[in-house]
Design a protein around this ligand. Structure first.
Ligand code: S3P
Length: 448
């Protein structure tokens, strides 16, 4: 069994080699459990991500009366049907997982039940008003001690009315919460999205037979669901997570003599901004064996050392397509030649930690020059042959992507980097240390 270490040390490494399977997609795993619980009958999920965050969604659904269990190598969900949830006996604790709490709030807000949600220290600091506002329009009642932060009590509406909601921030979690709530409402619920965000919810609803209409007007999407669609239980397979794959991909680009194949990575066109950016920077990445699985594009990525990386400007309108990849992009940018300017990234401040500050601080501590604004970060890379000092201690503040990003930086710096708060990695990439070490990284656990 994998042990999770609070503190790890990442040492300078040489060439990464091999062929790896990356952990399954976290966003799709949450949705597979949720959709399975809404379809009447048995849904079988292969490749569900077995990580803390996904288990929080599973436990939340179990508390709402859904039967979920593992049978050999796949997970079974016995759906209770749309609106079939029962009132839980206890508080639902979503731990570190924003996706769990926001999607589950959507689900219960149009069911006549009372539910209290909470989370860990990080989740209790994150904004929930972004879901509370639209879900209140359905008729649900929310209460919390302050500012609509967790813990939050929800009284789901017994006579919900359909809504038309214009999303103020690009957020797939908010969009999904509204669409899931709309499934249990007579009539048509519409979300207007000014900047497209990951559409796994829409794709999976379609895959299971729901009638979901998407009208595109330029870059604006009008997404509508009619209440009470018949969702057919079925077999869902979950592809590898591009957000987890971004670490070995960046590492293979940065470390001389690397040659890596990352198998079966989900390449949803609304999640591929990182690959687009890397290719613009001059990364050697080939996309091979494209395929469609459960409505999602999947491919193998062949990545090799990329000695001529250059800094680029990453435009604001790409940010939703790579929101979770900015931490590792910033590390890669430190090895490229010239500045990489990342625009329109204020949303990073509302993740598991304030990621904009965490990246900026961590890079500065290790000898990389940066500048930052409220919604922008510039990393001044000095070119691959110029060594980065390293040698610092990073407190990842229980943010998995910050921990993995600085573990990646430690593999190319002159001096090793120590990362504290590294056990958070298990929320999305439980075998990160073993898998990365198996292809050539040198990450060691320090005594807890
Ligand atoms: C997610 C959406 C994104 C992303 C998060 C997962 C999802 O959050 O950062 O890791 O599964 O819908 P936002 O919706 O807040 O942008």
């Amino acid at each position: 069994m994998t042990r999770y270490f609070q503190s790890i040390l990442s040492k300078r490494s040489s060439g990464l080699k091999g062929q790896i399977n990356i952990p399954s997609d976290k966003s799709i795993s949450h949705r597979a459990l949720i959709m399975g619980s809404l379809a009447i009958g048995k849904t079988s999920i292969s490749g569900l991500l077995e990580s803390d965050d996904v288990f929080k969604t599973a436990n939340g659904l179990k508390a709402l009366g859904v039967d979920i269990y593992k049978e050999s190598d796949h997970w079974c969900v016995h759906g209770v049907g749309i609106g079939g949830f029962c009132e839980p006996d206890d508080i639902i604790d979503c731990g570190n997982s924003g996706t769990s709490v926001r999607l589950l709030m959507g689900l219960v807000s149009t069911c006549p039940i009372k539910v209290t949600f909470t989370g860990d220290d990080s989740l209790r600091k994150r904004p929930m008003d972004r879901v509370v506002m639209p879900l209140s329009e359905f008729g649900a009642i929310f209460s919390s001690n302050h500012d609509f932060k967790l813990p939050i009590n929800v009284i789901g509406s017994s006579e919900p009315i359909p809504i038309n909601y214009n999303l103020q921030i690009p957020s797939a979690q908010v969009k999904s919460a509204i669409l899931l709530a709309g499934l249990n409402v007579r009539g048509k619920t519409t979300v207007l999205e000014n900047e497209p965000t990951r559409d796994h919810t829409e794709k999976m609803l379609k895959f299971l037979g729901a009638n979901i209409q998407i009208e595109k007007k330029g870059s604006i999407n009008n997404i509508s669901v009619n209440g009470f669609p018949k969702l057919n239980p079925g077999n869902i397979s979950v592809p590898g997570d591009i957000s987890s794959a971004s670490f070995p991909i960046a590492l293979a680009c940065m470390i001389p003599n690397s040659e890596l194949i990352v198998k079966s990575v989900g390449l949803n066109p609304l999640r591929d901004g990182f690959i687009e950016t890397l290719i613009e920077m001059g990364a050697n990445i080939k996309i091979q064996n494209k395929n469609i699985e459960a409505g999602e594009l999947v491919a193998d990525l062949h990545v090799s050392y990329s000695p001529n990386l250059v800094g680029v400007e990453v435009p604001e309108d790409r940010s939703a397509r790579m929101i979770d990849e900015y931490p590792i992009l910033s590390i890669l940018a430190a090895t490229a030649k010239g500045p990489t300017i990342m625009k329109g990234i204020e949303e990073l401040r509302f993740k598991e930690s304030d990621r904009l500050e965490a990246i900026a601080d961590g890079l500065e501590k290790n000898g990389v020059f940066i500048t930052k604004k409220k919604d922008q970060l510039t990393v001044f890379g000095r070119g691959g042959s110029q060594k980065i000092k390293g040698g610092s201690i990073i407190n990842a503040s229980n943010d998995h992507r910050i921990a993995m990003s600085f573990a990646s930086l430690g593999s190319i710096t002159e001096n090793s980097i120590e990362i504290r708060g590294a056990s958070s990695i298990k929320t999305s990439f439980p075998n990160f240390i073993d898998l990365m070490n198996s292809i050539g990284l040198k990450i060691v656990a320090l005594k807890d």
